[in-house]
Design a binder for this molecule. Structure first.
Ligand SMILES: *Cc1c(COP(=O)(O)O)cnc(C)c1O
Length: 400
C-alpha cells in the first residue's frame, strides 16, 4: 500500500474555478496588473510568491498543469512547455555551458539525438552516445567535463530499458544530473523515485492522448524549475517555448483519465505481443520474457499500469513493412502516422521516419532494421478482434 501511486496523486488535487467551477479558470491573459509598483519590482526580482508578471514566465493555467505533473512524478515542481523538444532543449542548455559534455543513450528520440549531435556542438557542448544498457560503457564515457547523463526510460524506437536506479548511482558518484525522458512510460515508471534528477515528458503522446496538440514538461526540484524560469538566465524563460493557457487547461483535463488509458494501452499491447510472438513473429515488447530487460523493467514498474502501449515487430524488409502498414490502414486497424498514445493504433517504420536523423551505419549498429514497424497500440475495446484482423493482413502478405 505504501508504493507511490502517481494516479492517486493526480486524483487528490483539488482546484476550483473563479466562480466555483469544477475546473480551474483559464487565465486568458499575457500580462498581469499590480496594485503597487513595489510588488512589480519584487516580482521581477523573483521575490513575490504567487504573483504573476507575464505569461512567458508563468500563468495560472500552466502552473495548474505543472503542479499536476509534478504530483504525478513525485517531484517538487514542474514547468510545462509548448512541445517535448521545448522541454528537452532548455534543460540541456541550462545544465551545460561551452566546454561541457553529455553522456547520452544512443537510442533516443530522433529530435533529441539531432539536437545533441548537430545543434549543441555549435555551443561547444559535446555528446558521447552509448549503449545505455551497458553500465560499464556508460561510466567509462564520463569525462571531467561531463555534466549530464541523458536517457529515455524505455527508448524510442527499440524499447531498450534504462536501469534508472543504477544510472542514478553512477550520476551521483560523478556529480552529474541524470535526465530521463519518461514519455513512453507515464504512471508505469516514476524515474524521480528511482533517483533521476530531472524527468521530461512529451505531453503530445500518452499524457494528452488525443493527438490534437504538442506539449512538454520538465519535472524536478523547485530550485531547478526556478532556474529554468529565471528572468535573467533561465533557458525556458529566455528561449521562450511557452505553452498557451488554453492548451494547458485542455491537457490537464485529459491527464485525469491517463490511468484508465494506460491500463488499456498496456493490456492491448501485451495481448498482441504475446499472440504474435507465439505465431512466430519477431516481437519486441518489454512485457515479454524474451525481452532482454524484462526482469529489470518488471522491478521498475508500478505493475498496475503494465508494460506500456509500445511494441515493435520486424517483418523482414521495408517493402513488407510498408505493404503491411498500408493494408492495416485500409482495414481501419490504425493509422500510418508517427507519434503515439492515440486511441487508434499508430504505426510507422522508424528507420525512414522518426529515427531518420540517425545515420544508416548507426541505425544498423543499434539494431534498427529495415523491416521494423513501431506500433503504438490503441484503446481497442475488443483486442482479440484486432488480433484476428491484423493476423489476416499478415497472412495475406506472407509475413505469417
Ligand atoms: C515525441 C517525443 C519527443 C518530442 O516531443 P514533441 O512534443 O514532439 O516535441 C521527445 N521524446 C520522446 C521519447 C518522444 O516520443
Amino acid at each position: 500500500m505504501s508504493q507511490f501511486n502517481p494516479a492517486d496523486k493526480i486524483q487528490d488535487l483539488q482546484y476550483f474555478g473563479e466562480f466555483g467551477g469544477v475546473n480551474p479558470s483559464i487565465s486568458d491573459s499575457s500580462t498581469y496588473t499590480f496594485l503597487s509598483a513595489k510588488t512589480m519590482f519584487d516580482t521581477f526580482e523573483g521575490n513575490a510568491e504567487g504573483c504573476y508578471l507575464y505569461s512567458r514566465h508563468s500563468s495560472p493555467s500552466n502552473l495548474y498543469l505543472g503542479q499536476a505533473l509534478a504530483a504525478m512524478e513525485g517531484t517538487e515542481a514542474a514547468n510545462v512547455a509548448a512541445s517535448g523538444m521545448g522541454a528537452i532543449t532548455p534543460v540541456i542548455m541550462q545544465l551545460c555551458g561551452a566546454g561541457d559534455h553529455v553522456v547520452s543513450s544512443r537510442t533516443i528520440y530522433g529530435g533529441t539525438y539531432a539536437f545533441l549531435k548537430n545543434f549543441a556542438p555549435k555551443f561547444n557542448i559535446q555528446t558521447t552516445f552509448v549503449d545505455i544498457t551497458k553500465l560499464d560503457v556508460v561510466e567509462a564515457a564520463i569525462t571531467p567535463n561531463t555534466k549530464v547523463l541523458y536517457c529515455e526510460t524505455v527508448s524510442n524506437p527499440l524499447l531498450e530499458v534504462a536501469d534508472i536506479e543504477s544510472l542514478a548511482k553512477i550520476a551521483k558518484k560523478h556529480n552529474l544530473k541524470l535526465v530521463v525522458d519518461n514519455t513512453f512510460s507515464p504512471l508505469s515508471v516514476a524515474p524521480g523515485k528511482l533517483g533521476a534528477d530531472v524527468i521530461i515528458h512529451s505531453l503530445t503522446k500518452f499524457i494528452n492522448g488525443s493527438s490534437d496538440t504538442v506539449g512538454g514538461v520538465v519535472c524536478g526540484t523547485q530550485q531547478f524549475i526556478d532556474d529554468l524560469r529565471n528572468v535573467n538566465d533561465g533557458a525556458s524563460m529566455l528561449l521562450g517555448p511557452t505553452m498557451d493557457s488554453l492548451r494547458a487547461a485542455s491537457i490537464l483535463k485529459n491527464l485525469r483519465t491517463l490511468h484508465i488509458r494506460i491500463k488499456q494501452h498496456s493490456f492491448n499491447a501485451n495481448y498482441l505481443a504475446e499472440k504474435f510472438e507465439k505465431d512466430g513473429l519477431k516481437v519486441v515488447y518489454p512485457g515479454l520474457e524474451s525481452h532482454p530487460s524484462n526482469k529489470i523493467y518488471s522491478s521498475m514498474i508500478n505493475k498496475e499500469y503494465g508494460f506500456g502501449g509500445m511494441m515493435t515487430i520486424d517483418v523482414g524488409s521495408l517493402e513488407k513493412a510498408n505493404a503491411l502498414m498500408e493494408l492495416m490502414q485500409e482495414r481501419n486497424l490504425g493509422y500510418l502516422a508517427v507519434s503515439l498514445g492515440f486511441y487508434k493504433t499508430l504505426f510507422s517504420a522508424p528507420g525512414t521516419s522518426t529515427s531518420s536523423e540517425i545515420p544508416m551505419e548507426e541505425q544498423i549498429e543499434m539494431g534498427l532494421t529495415d523491416g521494423l514497424i513501431r506500433l503504438s497500440i490503441g484503446l481497442d475495446n475488443d483486442i482479440e478482434r484486432t488480433y484476428q484482423m491484423m493476423k489476416q493482413c499478415m497472412q495475406e502478405l506472407n509475413i505469417l
